[in-house]
Design a protein around this ligand. Structure first.
Ligand code: ZN
Length: 383
């Protein structure tokens, strides 16, 4: 059994449902300390939601000069769902048909094991490497993400630590290992709009004010707006209504208010401020009386083609003979926090088809190549 597979199984066996780390980070730092890493554990969050974070750093032979390459990820996993539906215990790593089953197999314990073993191999072969290597691990990525990577980033800002390149081990591959990496993510901005009317008898509309009728032309205009055209890396910003509700249930009553929930998935061509301002302008122009509560789910981030994307694409090509595709699709990720202190953030990991599902798994034959791609990326950047 390969060292990467062995370590992946060890991590899967740790029960680490968000925000519990389940002992994963102790296993990781034990191995990194043996390589000369300094490890700092940062516990954060309220008592009922304790998050464990790890920052591990190995300075290269040039001290603080040279590139600092960080690997980032999370030890927490989502809940298993109904145990009876799993073909094997989600916390007992199990092999069937060339696949390794277990909660976190794809998201993202295989990536963590691959990163650690890749670092071990790289340091053993090149103890005098240039630059520095770091690991940034949290146990709160799948949860609210308030006390995880965001706290690590604040800590590094305090320390004045800069990261030049960061590889996040999120499962980005779609059909084959290495076919897709993420060089950015769209932002997410939600709103709850309450349009106010005056309730009344449906036979006496002159005595009421129908918020559905008030809202309809404004909503039609919002649906038709081109918010931006996206750019080379991002699709155009999209505005979608997720819920709409008005009405008392009775057929003879004009309701008093209408509630609309909506969400922007936005590109780097728009900002939360510009989107808010444009949406308010439409509502105001239609003379609506309303309340609007905003929630910013995440800022977008973008890593243009550069040294990191080239190092990673070249590593994927060399290991798998595949030409990788840069993508910014999907939901938000911790990359958005890391981008605050790091100009180049790219996500790359195993096939994501079964993440968060019953019978989550990875292909055993992808595990060594994944580790080799991480190692080759270090070779490309730190030698
Ligand atoms: Zn993940």
């Amino acid at each position: 059994m390969s060292r990467t597979l062995q370590f992946t199984e060890q991590l899967i066996a740790c029960r680490s449902v968000t925000p519990d780390d389940g002992g994963c980070q102790a296993l990781i730092s034990e191995r990194l300390k043996a390589l000369g890493f300094t490890c700092e554990t940062l516990v954060s969050g309220p008592e009922e939601f304790r998050v464990t974070n790890l920052w591990a750093l190995r300075r290269g032979s040039l001290g603080t000069d040279g590139v600092l390459l960080a690997f980032a990820g999370h030890t927490d996993v989502v809940p298993t769902g109904p145990l009876a539906q799993w073909k094997s215990d989600p916390f007992v790593p199990t092999h069937r048909d060339g696949r390794l089953y277990g909660r976190g197999a794809a998201d993202m314990k295989t990536s963590l094991a691959a990163m650690v073993v890749a670092i071990e191999e790289f340091v053993a072969a090149h103890p005098q490497h240039a630059g520095s290597i770091a690991l940034m691990i949290t146990s709160d990525e799948e949860g609210p993400a308030n006390d995880g990577t965001v706290r690590l980033v604040e800590r590094l800002q305090q320390l004045g630590e800069r990261i030049d390149c960061c590889v996040v081990g999120e499962p980005t591959s779609v059909d084959q290992l290495g076919d897709v990496v993420k060089n950015g993510r769209r932002g997410s901005l939600s709103g709850r709009l309450t349009i106010k009317g005056v309730q009344g008898h449906i036979a006496y509309p002159q005595l009421a004010c129908n918020p559905i009728h008030q809202a309809a032309p404004a909503l039609a205009e919002l649906v038709a707006i081109e918010w931006d055209r996206g750019n080379e890396y991002f699709p155009p910003t999209s505005w979608q209504v997720s819920n709409i509700h008005a009405g008392t249930g009775a057929g003879n009553v004009i309701p008093g208010e209408l509630v609309v929930d909506f969400n922007f998935r936005f590109s780097t061509e728009s900002t939360p401020a510009s989107l808010k301002q444009r949406l308010h302008a439409v509502l105001d122009r239609h003379g609506l009386e309303y309340d609007l509560a905003w929630t910013l789910g995440g800022e977008p981030f973008l890593t243009p083609v550069g040294s990191l994307s080239k190092a990673l694409s070249q590593a994927i090509q060399a290991e798998t003979d595949r030409t990788t595709q840069l993508s910014t699709t999907g939901g938000t990720s911790d990359g958005r926090f890391i981008a605050r202190i790091c100009p180049q953030v790219i996500e790359f990991g195993p096939i994501n088809a079964t993440i968060h599902k019953i019978d989550e798994h990875v292909l055993v034959s992808d595990i060594e190549p994944l580790k080799n791609i991480y190692r080759r990326t270090m070779e490309n950047l730190l030698l």
